[in-house]
Design a protein around this ligand. Sequence first.
Ligand code: IMP
Length: 504
Amino acid sequence: MREKQALEIAKQECTALTFNDLRLRTGYSKVMPANVSLKTKFSRNVSLEIPVASAAMDTVTESRLAIELAKLGGIGVIHKNLGPEEQARHVARVKNHLNGRIRTPIRVYEDETIGDILKRREEKEYGFHSFPVISRADSTLVGIITATDFDFCGKEDMPKKALEVMTRGPRTAKSDTTLNDAYGIMREFKIKSLPLVDAQNRVVGMYVLKDVKRIMERSALTYNLDNQQRLRVAAAIGTDKEALERLEKLVAECVDVIVIDTAHGDSEPVYETLKTIKKNHPKLDVVVGNISVGDSAKRLADAGADGIKVGQGPGSICTTRIIAGVGRPQVSAVYDCARATESYEIPICADGGLVNSGDIPIAIACGAYSVMMGSMLAGTEESPGDIVFYKGRQWKRYRGMGSLSAMEQNKGSRDRYLQEESAKDRLVPEGMDGLTPFKGRLETVMHQYVGGLRKGMGYVGAASIEELRDKGEFDRITHAGLAESHPHDIEVTVEAPNYNRGRL
Ligand code: IMP
């Protein structure tokens, strides 16, 4: 990545800049926005189809949003204000959503009743109806129960055993069957589920037609998938006592990335936690944050972080800079950290402070591989929480993880701000609790954000994220320049779907 003159000069003056201080310069371009590649990385081994991650916040990312975001090519970080089991369940929902190949299909025993199976399905919130049936004696496959079998079960069939209802001796395939081959077999024999078995006829996987077809027909072209065709997902942990228990549960559900989510990533408990994770799970990618200084980034890189999250105080709900007097305007923070870790090739994620789509190319041009958004994704249909009516408009709640209410309710929040042991009336919040306009479907919102990024790349003449990081050159702008950038001298009468006046 080239040196950025505007940021270097600011640095010499001990001035730190943020999004509203800069705009990208346009340049000669052969690049059509529709054709740019948005592929990038969230961490050393985890790629993204678009450079967007969703914040690990309880009003932003649970499984519903993480599924939709991964389908659009990004990654969701499941927040940690959930108990360890519940957080792991959210991860499992994302990982099992597509089921290109189900690694450990949920099996039922031959002597379980239909009533019990349906009850378990409801309790565990399984979204599917196909269950391989196995022998109680030696766990070998004896049959399969599918949606069709359940459809023909009336109330009087609830006490019947799986054995009486299942299809016996279903067609199976070997454990190394590829998605392509599975699709061929399913079409040839007109079957919707294909269990995979080992030499002893034990179930070692399964393909389900709906998902296989979706992937084969390439409607999944934008999906962010792991090498087993499952949607990618990340999850946050802290540095508290339960962090390692949480970690094991998340790993058991095949989480792709662990994010050590703290307000100060360059601190001793974070290094200890990173060391332990790397010792116990050397192949698991760990993103660590948050920091805002190049030296901190270098220390984390040396300690083995697979990704670094930058942002201390830029968040829309954040009061850290006001309460503690610390932090750094985000563009300079990202640039400094990216420059310091250039030789490590560890992806930097620019976390917080983005308001409009134009902030994405700016964050990338100053060195980020991806951005993390809170407020820009909160208030979508898929984010947690209900729609609230206030002053004649629809809103959703959006709160900081360090807000008083979040810390009062949740240990996960208190841990992020190092107040795990504090009594409720002694908490010192670092965030606010409020409302954000209801934004509609995530897909619609993301279309605008990604559209803005593509346009920015077209203007700069960057055909890829890598090129934008390298080529993007900035002008520092004045307050007059910023005012000129926004709509002016007009009474706006029609809202645009992609414009937020923000913090003018
Ligand atoms: P936003 O996109 O500007 O809304 O910022 C979201 C980011 O703010 C998150 O990803 C966190 O890094 C950070 N954050 C979340 N909660 C708090 C808080 O209570 N205080 C400070 N920062 C927070």
